[in-house]
Design a protein around this ligand. Structure first.
Ligand code: SF4
Length: 701
């Protein structure tokens, strides 16, 4: 910036976990424009459609919350009040509830969009000072199965690879993901890598022939829920062909024998039948992996959002472990983070079962260390409510108050009508939010207007452990404040010490200091280092240099320093289809929208790709129900109904239907909302919901 309020500033895109560098230009009239940062190592100047339109979402203030609001009881309308009045009221209610019902009677539900500083302050506030672990985020709906699987197999929640590995590999297995639409800049790098090296083989497993699957050498169009069977079958072929790394297995892993026995329990032919793909295609995929010099596995929600999400993750990571394709260029397991800063949130321990810097909540020594560092009260050993548990606890009256921060659960939670009933029952609801759109505002007793992207500074970490600094570029509208500042003001009014930070840089410094000596050590990092270097991958040495790849020394973070191969069961624990609910509903994203569309939904250019919710259905399933292209159809089960137009496509597996997850209520009509139908099963370990498998029926309307 040139000091006159115009010029150019660098920042990072706030949508997905790819973490593209963005240059924002501000002209003399304050008008913004954006372009990809050519010097940024992630995107090298490229941006996807969402990133290219970021400036519209910042300049359009028509849907913004400008002032704090509150009401004194639920029969009244909320009124505009001062920050002090809104905060004092919240403090008074929280103090009363905590005194009467204990610290576990209040909870905070935040977002993978939050900056690391916001996560840090929130986590410190709840775990250190309120005295419960009732802080969870929408990352629970996104990456928690990957977090659990990394911990179980590699010892910690650590993505071992980097994006440059795409240019070093000759085989990529994309499992249950559509990066061509959902992580577009990563996919552009994959396409560029294959242009350079036509021998690069791509394997995709997905019940839908997505744009990613169309680009694959082998598309395994599996039946939903059969991923583990598929991964085990590939493992079996690799073992039988001798395409495994016996020395790596012997010296650096545990559990191979049990795994080998497990995968031999089904023949490849049986597995092919269960997955509903050809045996030949499984063998072909295994041959590509076996003959590669580098092998990357990539995955997102198709594996994570499942009642067996952790097992699906483990069974895929096993393929990297038995082949020794980890800790070297072009190889390793690579979870493609959904949200821009889900990783930053995990670093500060911002989930109900985590502690900062990958410390262990169950470990007394770790709890005491963090407690001493924060000079706080005792940290509870009991994990807090996870996202769906919070809403269940509200339903049951165990939880009295919830503070929702930068997320839109009445669109994004599974079995969302039940979640809405839960929010109606809450004694006290705080909504900290930038937009007037979230349905949660209807239930809010207090509203805190929040600053959003480009209106505040801070840091984020992308899917390859790369931390970047985000500049403040414009002022927030009205009286909106950065989330970290709102939380610090609240904490100070609660009488808690340790929240009188002078700047966001100070919050960051404290977070960095707490990582000292851990495997995610960034103690040498600061805003100054980040501004100078632009971005850096953790862990960081004392000279401020980052780490491109983990486990190059083949020493893992487990007690034995060996990676653990888990011989997981291949059962799917999702609900069953029935005679009356014979179709499997799977949900997901479309190319140009982000989450619940509070930002991307207001950019008309982004509606040109797909403007309305729709049901994708196979022509045979449609014909059985006398449904033609464009017909209005009703999708139902015991939980709810969705009514949208049918889009007939041979690219979806017969017996499976797809709804986009972005749409919520439109003028009080909730019939576009996919989560009316999704079930409330969760993975037993990660507690991540089973969004990708719900039994439904479809009929013409
Ligand atoms: Fe933003 Fe993700 Fe698109 Fe990059 S790929 S511009 S981070 S939405």
């Amino acid at each position: 910036e040139n000091g006159n309020g115009f010029g150019s500033l660098k920042t990072t895109c706030c949508y997905c976990g790819v973490g593209c560098g963005v240059v924002v230009h501000k002209d003399r009239n304050g008008k913004l424009s954006v372009e990809g940062d050519k010097d940024h190592p992630v995107n090298k100047g490229m941006l996807c459609s969402k990133g290219m339109n970021l400036h519209y979402t910042v300049m359009d203030k028509s849907d913004r919350l400008f002032y704090p609001e509150m009401r004194l009881n639920k029969s009244l309308q909320r009124q505009r009040v001062s920050w002090n009045e809104a905060l004092d009221r919240t403090v008074s209610v929280f103090k009363t509830l905590i005194e009467k019902f204990g610290p576990e009677s209040v909870a905070f539900y935040a977002s993978g969009q939050c900056l690391t500083e916001e996560y840090y302050v929130l986590n410190k506030l709840v775990k250190g000072f309120i005295g419960s672990n009732n802080v969870d985020t929408n990352s629970r709906l996104c990456m928690s199965s990957a977090v659990a699987a990394y911990k179980m197999s590699l010892g910690e929640d650590s993505v071992p690879v980097c994006y440059d590995d795409i240019e070093h590999t000759d085989c990529i297995f994309v499992a249950g993901a559509n990066p061509a639409w959902c992580h577009p800049i990563i996919w552009r790098r994959v396409e560029a890598a294959r242009e350079k090296n036509p021998a690069l083989k791509i394997i995709v497993s997905d019940p839908r022939k997505t744009q990613t699957a169309s680009y694959a050498n082998v598309h395994l169009q599996i039946k939903p829920g059969t991923d583990i069977v598929l991964h085990h079958a590939i493992g079996r072929v690799l073992i039988e062909a001798g395409d495994i790394d016996a020395s790596f297995i012997k010296n650096h892993t545990e559990g191979f024998e049990a795994y080998s026995k497990k995968v031999m329990q089904r023949t490849v032919a049986e597995a092919a039948k269960i997955c509903d793909v050809s045996e030949q295609s499984i063998r072909e995929a295994a041959t590509y992996i076996g003959s590669a010099k580098g092998f990357l596995t990539m995955w997102t929600m198709g594996l994570n959002q499942s009642a067996v999400g952790v097992n699906k993750n483990l069974s895929l990571i096993n393929l990297n472990l038995i082949t020794g394709y980890i800790g070297k260029p072009g190889s390793g397991p690579f979870s493609l983070t959904g949200q821009p800063n889900a990783m930053g949130g995990r670093e500060v321990g911002g989930l109900a079962n985590l502690l900062p810097a990958h410390r262990n909540l169950a470990n007394e020594e770790d709890r005491k260390y963090v407690q001493a560092f924060w000079k706080s009260g005792a940290i509870s050993a009991k994990p807090g409510y996870t996202a769906t548990e919070m809403f269940d606890a509200l339903h049951e009256g165990k939880l009295k108050a919830v503070w929702i921060m930068g997320t839109n659960p009445l669109v994004s939670l599974p079995d969302v009508r039940k979640a809405e009933e839960a929010l109606k029952k809450a004694k006290f609801v705080v909504v900290q939010e930038a937009s007037i759109k979230p349905e949660t505002l209807k239930y809010a007793d207090v509203v805190f207007p929040a600053a959003t992207w480009a209106e505040k500074e801070g840091t984020m970490t992308n899917a390859e452990r790369r931390i970047t600094y985000l500049n403040k570029i414009v002022d927030a509208p009205g009286e909106a404040l950065p989330d970290a500042e709102i939380l610090c003001r609240f904490a100070q009014k609660m009488g808690f010490e340790g929240f009188d930070f002078k700047s966001f840089a100070d919050i960051y410094k404290e977070h960095c200091a707490l990582t000292k000596g851990t495997s995610i050590d960034i103690n040498a990092l600061s805003y100054d280092v980040l501004k100078a270097k632009r971005s850096v991958q953790w862990p960081i040495n004392e000279r401020g240099e980052g780490t491109q790849r983990l486990f190059t020394d083949k020493k893992f973070y487990t007690p034995s320093k060996r990676a653990i191969i888990h011989a997981v069961d291949d059962d799917n624990l999702s609900e069953s289809t029935t005679k009356y609910l014979p179709l499997i509903l799977t949900t997901g994203r479309i190319r140009d929208q982000w989450h619940t569309m509070t930002k991307t939904g207001k950019v008309s250019k982004l509606k040109q790709h797909i403007a309305n919710a729709f049901l994708e259905i196979h022509p045979d399933d449609a014909a059985e129900r006398s449904i033609a292209e464009g017909n209005l159809v009703e999708i139902t089960n015991g939980r709810g109904t969705v009514r949208v137009k049918a889009k007939l496509s041979t690219e979806i597996k017969k017996g499976v239907v797809f709804l986009p997850m972005h749409w919520g209520k439109i003028l009080n009509n909730d019939l576009n909302r996919a989560n009316n139908l999704t079930n409330n099963l969760v993975d037993p370990i990660s507690k991540e919901p089973d969004f990708k498998f719900s039994a439904v029926e479809v009929k013409g309307y």
